[in-house]
Design a binder for this molecule. Structure first.
Ligand code: FE
Length: 335
């Protein structure tokens, strides 16, 4: 064997290696099955590998402690408050991209260009088809009405999704009103808040409660799961509104880290995630609402009907989150 590589091999190496070595490292709080189809498609198209670390807890702490040495290029997470926390920790950098600003409406991205929303979801009511009449659920405020006593299920109040809803309630009505609302809602619970959004629908199916709070896309997930399809079929989606306003919305999104060792490739991935193609995958596979105007919702999501999204600014929702958490603890919502 010749110990030295041939000139041809060297040439091939100089040409091929940089392209193949391109990669992006993502810290994701999103479930693997939700983001993998998007990354696979991106790699197919660009040859850029995507390495994902699923960071369920302590994302901000990890990025802060890794500092400049962090291998992460992108952070992908759900919830406006979590996006805001990552930005506040000083571990992200602004992104100037005409593609991103063209694809993502202004209300779904940070004015400071630190985070970009990729999908939206509504926090809605799952209502028993058997025990709740059409038109019975109208507003979030109305969920505190004693007529629902012993009939409501929800995951813990201290979960981000419910903190977002309570923060939006503060944005609309102030903290005092929201405290009273939470007390009323707690008084109506059929059981102690436990489990996830799908677990509450299972409880409705089992006859333990009549309505629950949940995010829209879980309907799609339940319908695709042979064990959960019965739960899904026992309920329908109702889009409550805040009085005189719309249905509570939240986002999933992405931010570029300050350390970003593969910045160019990371930017390509961010732009890809906002493209028609990726937005369609989000719609069809994840049952979320695309942020890019003109990308259709899936037929299933469309079948849930039209609704009016709340126009309260997402940054306001993030701003009121600490107060929402304080109120949840004050009323001992999960106790
Ligand atoms: Fe979720």
């Amino acid at each position: 064997m010749n110990a030295r590589p041939s000139l041809l091999a060297l040439l091939a190496a100089t040409v091929a290696v940089p392209a193949l070595a391109e990669e992006v490292n993502v810290y994701s709080l999103r479930q693997p099955e939700l983001v993998q189809p998007l990354f696979d498609r991106f790699t197919e198209e660009t040859g850029i590998a995507v390495n994902v670390a699923f960071v369920e807890k302590g994302m901000v702490e990890r990025l802060v402690s890794e500092g400049d040495r962090s291998p992460a290029d992108l952070v992908m997470t759900v919830d406006i408050a979590r996006l805001a926390q990552v930005v506040e920790a000083g571990v992200t950098q602004p992104v100037d991209s005409e593609v991103l600003t063209a694809n993502i409406p202004a209300e779904f991205r940070d004015p400071g260009k630190q985070w970009f929303g990729l999908t939206t979801r509504a926090r809605i009511v799952y209502a028993s088809k058997e025990r709740v009449a059409d038109g019975e659920v109208t507003t979030y405020e109305g969920l505190a009405d004693p007529k629902w006593k012993g009939r409501i299920c929800t995951r813990p109040g201290t979960h981000d999704y419910n903190l977002g809803l309570a923060a939006a309630m503060i944005g609309h009505h102030g903290a005092d009103y929201t405290r009273t609302w939470l007390e009323g809602l707690k008084a109506n619970l059929a059981k102690k808040p436990e489990g996830n959004d799908r677990g509450q629908v299972k409880s409705i199916w089992a006859g333990e409660c009549d309505i629950s709070l949940g995010n829209t896309y879980y309907m799609g997930e339940m319908l695709s799961d042979p064990e959960q399809v019965e739960w899904a079929n026992s309920v329908r989606i109702v889009f409550p509104t805040f009085e005189g306003a719309g249905t509570h919305m939240n986002v999933s999104g992405v931010a570029l880290t300050k350390a970003a060792p593969n910045k160019d490739a990371a930017l390509k991935l961010m732009e890809f995630l906002s493209s028609d193609e990726a937005q369609k995958i989000y719609a069809e596979t994840n049952h979320e609402f695309p942020v890019k105007p003109g990308v259709a919702r899936s037929a299933l999501v469309e079948s849930w009907g039209a609704f009016t999204p709340d126009t309260l600014n997402l940054m306001d929702v993030a701003k009121h989150r600490p107060e929402a958490l304080k109120l949840m603890e004050e009323v001992n919502f999960d106790g």
